[in-house]
Design a protein around this ligand. Structure first.
Ligand code: SF4
Length: 402
């Protein structure tokens, strides 16, 4: 678990060196090293535990946590980062050794593995916001909360007045919970300032996403994906992440003006592709495909109004909180706007939310004349996938799109 040891014993100077090295390797604009430095510092601070550490999961009201000067350890983002560094398998196998089923969600098994191996940071409290399509994290958090106090936020199904009132009252209770955990009073101005910072970052993200409406896409699919997931999961320093998103957007626009980025097919990706090194992105690149739309950034990247009620509306409007019909409408709308030729759906092992919606989404796309390839995959657990079969199916799909 080299990365965790690194985080435990590192310091800001060391993180700066790593971030610079990584930025050079990836070829991103200069500000990527600042954004990655912010991510490493955020994680390092979780392990140093100088501030109260709140274990949480996407989507969660990090704006409230930040306003208490507490720090959020976002478990699923961390699992994805570990998988990118080939470290998740050890955690997943550890969780299975103590009884987690083979077919259960790997994000949750990674968290159980971190706890089993004593590799979680020292947690002051945990919180989880339910989505209406997944209760796996709730079960894991119940298991973990035997040791630390926990607060469960139960998102209602409807975004009507009653739903928003119910969500607002729970976020107010969550604020009281954090007052107790941190010993600090709630600062409304501080919350609004956190909301402003996150909103500014989200607007920049949408500018980056919109560069892909252009005919020319001068960014390789993996480059775009790495950029999203290296920095977006961590909302600890949105200011620094924003700078990178803006610079990356400008770089892409400049390349487009210079006529770079012709591609044969335009793809949308639904759900999560593998975070570990796999041949998926190689096949897309070899076939000159551009990925022009992904569903995942919509999970918790809605803009928020000020105050607790503003946040309640934001978290209720997450794509995974809505009825499936609404999610399908959003997918169809974007597939049209971004002029998508074909869709790849990564159906995640052990994920009801991912598996149960496949047929309905595929049928809706077929009605619009858009083909969809379903790949059964576990985006964290390399052992679960038959790479050869995935490559063959991807190549046939690419051939069909030409
Ligand atoms: S939505 Fe799926 S992948 Fe995400 S936590 Fe739930 S079961 Fe796991």
């Amino acid at each position: 678990m080299n990365l965790i040891k690194l985080l435990k014993y590192s310091n800001p100077l060391f993180n700066k060196m790593i971030a610079k090295y990584f930025a050079r390797e990836t070829g991103y604009p200069k500000s990527f090293s600042k954004a990655y430095y912010a991510v490493l510092n955020h994680l390092m601070n979780c392990y140093k535990a100088r501030q109260p550490v709140i274990l949480t999961h996407h989507p969660s009201p990090v704006e409230i946590i930040n306003s208490f000067n507490a720090i959020s350890f976002i478990a699923d983002s961390f699992s994805a980062m570990l998988a990118g560094n080939k470290m998740d398998e050890e955690l997943i196998r550890s969780a299975e050794r103590i009884g987690a089923p083979r077919g259960a969600c790997s994000f949750q098994k990674s968290i159980i593995g971190l706890q089993a191996l004593g590799l979680l940071p020292r947690i002051s409290a945990l919180t989880f916001l339910s989505t209406n399509q997944c209760d796996s994290p709730k079960k894991v958090f119940e298991h973990l909360s035997s040791d630390v106090p926990g607060f469960f936020i139960d998102a209602p199904y409807s975004m009507n007045g009653a739903g928003i009132n119910y969500m607002t009252s729970q976020l107010n209770e969550f604020i009281k919970f954090l007052e107790m955990i941190t010993g600090r009073g709630f600062n409304k101005k501080g919350l609004n300032s956190e909301i402003d910072k996150t909103n500014a970052c989200i607007k920049s993200l949408y500018s980056l996403i919109n560069t892909r409406k252009h005919d020319l896409i001068p960014v390789k699919p993996l480059t775009m994906y790495r950029a999203y997931f290296s920095v977006i999961g961590y909302q600890g320093s949105p200011g620094l992440i924003k700078e990178f998103l803006d610079e990356f957007t400008m770089t892409i626009k400049k390349r487009q003006e210079e006529g770079m980025g012709e591609n044969k097919s335009r793809l949308a990706l639904l759900q999560l592709p593998p975070f570990y090194p796999s041949k998926v992105f190689n096949v897309l690149e070899e076939n000159d495909c551009a990925v022009v739309w992904d569903e995942l950034p919509l999970m918790d990247y809605e803009l928020s109004g000020h105050g607790v009620r503003g946040l309640a509306k934001k978290y209720l409007s997450s794509i995974y909180n809505k009825p499936l019909d609404e999610r399908i409408k959003i997918i169809i709308k974007n597939v049209k706007e971004f002029r998508v030729d074909g869709v790849i759906y990564f159906s995640q092992t052990g994920c009801r939310q991912s598996n149960a919606s496949v047929s309905a989404i595929k049928n809706a796309l077929i009605n619009e004349g858009i083909p969809m390839l379903i790949l059964d995959i576990d985006c964290l657990d390399k052992e679960s996938a038959q790479q050869g079969q995935i490559v063959t199916r991807l190549e046939s799909f690419m051939e069909m799109l030409k």
